[in-house]
Design a protein around this ligand. Structure first.
Ligand code: HEC
Length: 604
């Protein structure tokens, strides 16, 4: 009983007491700026004309993200509902739909099963190499140099495009910041069906065969996990995998013999910016669910149940942001973890953990940064801040001649090669960046048979002297710091080449930086890496010369008739299938340039 009471206090009274009043939240959290006479800030009258759903998205995934960090979901919903209008969102114009609104797979009647996906979830294979075979890529080095825009699709009302598509037999499936999952024709971008999830869908979608169709499996940013039928877009089941108010399913799921493995992370780090928040109670982990009905096989947590220690709670954190990696031969699931949020520090933070696929028990773990406790309010909370060196990217399992290696890139800026047969013993390591809270290595590396390719973020804020906390210039990015791409030989960690960052930021664009936090993709001979300045570049895997460079930060006329503009590239990376390259552009978090487009490039 006592324990329940304390947990309730820790989670915030709003969950258990009266629902927060939207008007009160506005007065306390928004009025200071939105009732001020400042030409950069829309007046409250303008907010009253916006749809409530749009305001909520602005708080969750848009320009007000930094303001909303310390607010509970209930407070965000209350203020959005108080401020905004409530008409149903406008449906896409009829011309945006394909003539045939259902997904079809070729030859199913003869072969009885649908064809293999060409890009499925985070990486074409569950080893997370992000390597696309020549057969499925369908793109030569010469072809890369002739890539041009075939179509652009805009996510209505969004300021971020952060969900990487999955592609099966000419059908493209992708989530969005507004929570709408789209099935599009991969060649033309017309819509076949849409599905509304409860929260923003950032995880890429894993397709698992189900009779003549597929189950589409993905998580959202408020802790729900879904299974849809690929042909119709109808929900098969959904399930909340974590009850914590701040839970977030960012990493993509992977599958093994009828079980789907769901990595669980959170944004509780940011709740702790407010000094009265009882930091912290979230526990990172993995949920293993039966694909046919979502029932639980096992659930593992990276830290023990938190206890109250003074005014704080701990242990907490060690979230899993990245996609787990399957090692079928050893019966292992590898996950990479983030930092702890509050004391005590645990041995499972900033680590690579090997879990038994059948039970979720930790077989071995290898920690890279000890004692890394970090939350958005280290000083407000009186916590000693760690360096915030999470792993945001997956471990990559590669086979080289006669041995297996696990490759892991950390926000510290160091790339490691581990021996999976010797409990993760370090085989080599190499520094590629300075490291920062926004990554050294941030969202993902790629590996072909020879090299691992690591892009460097090192995103940095410009130094602006200002005593006014509402001065938004203090959040502008440094246009001269960050970026770069390294090719490292897998067998011994030798640097093969590195490409210096390109400096193309126009002076008038405050959300511009050369940082390359987005995940890398490799096809034979070509490495794709996007950057916060909006450029998607293709580099030669031989020597790092740039083969193709497209600045996505501009306006587009789109196939679905919605106003589209590009911005920063952050989060996932390029998807290469059938001679086409698919790229997300727009990322308003981390003070990047907002945007709302999925772009498709082709050679013909
Ligand atoms: C520190 C000052 C500040 C606070 C506090 C603040 N805002 Fe804002 N808000 C701004 C500024 C500046 C902009 C314009 C940003 C831009 O256009 O890039 C803005 C824009 C917006 C927009 C428009 C986004 C769009 O699509 O054009 C909405 C909606 C919004 N704020 C809602 C809120 C709500 C709700 C709160 C309180 C929970 C809030 N803001 C608190 C400064 C603030």
């Amino acid at each position: 009983m006592i324990r329940v009471y304390f947990l309730a206090a820790a989670l915030g009274a709003s969950l258990f007491g009266a629902a927060p009043s939207g008007e009160e939240v506005f007065k306390q959290r928004c009025a200071g700026c939105h009732e001020a006479n400042n030409p950069r800030i829309p007046r409250v009258e303008a907010l009253h004309r916006m749809p409530a759903a749009h305001i909520l998205r602005t708080l969750n995934w848009g320009v007000m993200g930094n303001v909303a960090y310390t607010m509970s979901i209930a407070e965000r919903e209350a203020v959005a509902s108080y401020l905004g209008t409530h008409e149903a969102p406008a449906a896409a114009p009829p011309g945006a739909y394909c003539a045939d609104r259902s997904v079809r797979f070729a030859n199913v009647s003869e072969t009885k099963v649908p064809p293999q996906p060409q890009w499925n979830g985070w990486s074409p294979s569950a080893t997370n190499t992000r390597y696309q075979s020549p057969h499925d890529a369908g793109l030569t080095i010469d072809g890369v140099q002739h890539l041009h825009l075939k179509w652009a699709f805009a996510y209505d009302g969004d300021t971020t495009a952060f969900a990487q598509p999955t592609i099966i037999d000419g059908n493209l499936f992708a989530g969005s910041a507004s929570g709408v999952v789209h099935a599009l024709d991969a060649k033309t971008g017309c819509i076949r069906w849409t599905y509304d999830a409860k929260g923003p869908v950032r995880s890429s979608i894993l397709a698992v065969r189900r009779g003549k169709s597929y189950s589409l499996l993905f998580g959202d940013q408020i802790g729900w996990f879904y299974s849809l039928d690929a042909i119709t877009g109808k929900e098969l089941w959904k399930k909340k995998v974590d009850e914590h108010d701040a839970a977030r399913l960012t990493g993509s799921p992977v599958e093994y013999e009828g079980t789907v493995f769901v990595p669980v992370a959170s944004w509780e780090e940011n709740r702790a910016i407010s000094a009265d928040y009882a930091c912290c109670t979230f526990r990172g982990g993995v949920a293993a669910l039966r694909i046919h009905d979502g029932s639980q096989v096992w659930r593992m947590y990276t830290v023990d149940v938190p206890k109250q220690i003074g005014k704080l709670w701990g242990p907490s954190g060690a979230p899993i942001w990245s996609t787990p990696t399957i090692d079928a031969a050893r019966g292992m699931l590898y996950v990479t973890t983030g930092d702890n949020y509050s004391p005590p520090a645990t041995a499972t933070s900033d680590a690579v953990l090997a879990l038994d696929l059948r039970t979720g028990k930790i077989a071995w773990s290898k920690q890279f940064t000890m004692g890394d406790i970090f939350s958005g309010g280290c000083s407000a909370q009186d916590i000693q801040c760690g360096p915030d060196f999470d792993f945001g990217s997956s471990a990559i399992l590669v086979h080289y001649v006669n041995r297996d290696l696990l490759l892991a890139g950390q926000k510290s800026g160091i790339v490691y090669a581990l021996d999976p047969t010797r409990k993760g013993e370090i085989l080599w390591q190499m520094r590629v960046g300075k490291g920062s809270t926004n990554g050294g290595v941030q969202w993902g590396m790629a590996a072909d048979g020879q090299n691992v390719y690591a892009a460097v973020s090192d995103l940095s804020r410009a130094r602006v002297e200002s005593s006014n906390p509402a001065d938004l210039r203090t959040a502008n990015l440094d246009p001269n710091v960050g970026g770069g791409l390294f090719a490292i030989r897998i067998i011994d960690g030798t640097k093969m080449w590195n490409a210096e960052p390109e400096h193309t930021c126009p002076a008038e664009r405050p959300g511009c930086s050369p940082a390359q936090p987005a995940a890398v993709t490799v096809t034979p001979g070509v490495v794709f890496s996007g950057s916060v300045d909006g450029h998607m570049r293709a580099y030669s895997s031989e020597d790092g010369t740039i083969l193709w460079d497209f600045d996505t930060a501009r306006e587009y006329s789109t196939v679905n008739g919605i106003k589209g503009h590009g911005g920063s590239i952050d989060g996932p990376g390029a998807v290469v299938v059938g001679g086409m390259v698919y790229v997300n552009s727009g990322y308003s978090r981390q003070n990047g340039t907002s945007g709302n487009v999925l772009l498709a490039f082709g050679t013909d």
